[in-house]
Write a protein of this length. Sequence first.
Length: 75
Amino acid sequence: MGGKEAGGLGLLQAFEVLAVGITGKKLLWRALRTIEADVPEVQGINLENLERRAQEQFDRVEKERLHIAREALAR
């Protein structure tokens, strides 16, 4: 991995996995917000802020992922 295989495809693959993981995290925070009122263990956690942060992380990763994709796939 790390971008050495097939002209950077490994690095692209790593960013794809990272994007999927961040998306999953964001969706988890959103799902927990639906039960927040009923589950004391979740109350007091700023789930809205966590979801926003995950979106910001995704936006940064996505910008880089698309840059890497252009380089890796244009060869």
